[in-house]
Design a protein around this ligand. Structure first.
Ligand code: CDP
Length: 222
């Protein structure tokens, strides 16, 4: 039996891929994988357990048996609802550090692939198209200038009542871009066959519409 279709959406931090991927999954009635949340969960759990960020072997063991569940848009670590706790910049930076370890990435591979179920999956991250779902029917790389992405993140945080400084966000984001792009293991890159969308001047709705259009044309060719 052929595998259900996957739409892989990759891109740098704050490129809007999470919001876009969730909206597309909802419109198509597909499952949704926020792969960054898994790296963030390892970051939070390892911080709680005081595991050294340099100890890749112990981090991988933790990643392998992470007690996580997704329920109605909420993310649980064991019994605890950590939906908000994993979204801080501190956890994002820690996630990006441990995401550079090959053994941590391998420990999360099976879990990510287990999200692929009928009728289909929209998966967002850094290596969805290149490593986790190389057979994806549609591969999209969303991008935007660092300035546009920092402004988006700033607005998101302020809207949530979280204090933020634009210049600090821009610096953190550039640091994360550099680390995600320059690492040896599954670096952030435009996968072979991926369609690139520059979103600096597009609204979320416009991006969703373009990706859905691309999906319809790919389906029509099958
Ligand atoms: O929200 P943001 O785009 O900043 O980050 P995220 O998608 O939640 O991912 C957090 C970190 O996990 C990223 O900085 C990446 O280093 C890492 N990550 C990864 O290496 N591979 C993925 N498929 C997803 C995230």
């Amino acid at each position: 039996m052929p595998l259900p279709p996957v739409i892989a959406i990759d891109g740098p931090t704050a490129s809007g891929k999470g919001t876009v991927a969730a909206a597309i999954a909802q419109k198509l009635g597909f499952h949704y994988l926020d792969s960054g949340a898994l790296y963030r969960l390892v970051a939070l759990a390892s911080k709680n357990q005081c595991i050294d960020i340099g100890n890749s072997a112990q981090l991988a063991v933790l990643a392998e048996k992470l007690p996580i569940s997704f329920e109605n848009g909420h993310i649980f670590l064991g019994e605890e609802n950590v939906t908000e706790a994993i979204r801080t910049e501190e956890i994002g930076l820690r996630a990006s550090t441990l995401a550079a370890y090959v053994d941590v990435r391998l420990a999360l591979t099976g879990l990510q692939r287990s999200f692929l179920k009928p009728p289909g999956l929209v998966a967002d991250g850094r290596d969805m198209a290149s490593v986790i779902f190389p057979g994806a029917i549609l591969k999209v790389f969303l991008t935007a200038t660092a300035q546009a992405r920092a402004e988006r993140r700033y607005k998101q945080l302020i809207a949530k009542g979280i204090p933020a400084k634009l210049e600090d966000l821009l610096r953190d984001l550039q640091e994360r871009d550099a680390r995600d792009s320059n690492r040896g293991a599954a670096p952030l890159l435009v996968a072979d066959g991926a369609k690139v969308l520059e979103t600096s001047d597009l609204s979320i709705d416009q991006v969703v519409a373009v990706v859905l259009d691309w999906y319809q044309s790919v389906i029509a060719q099958h």
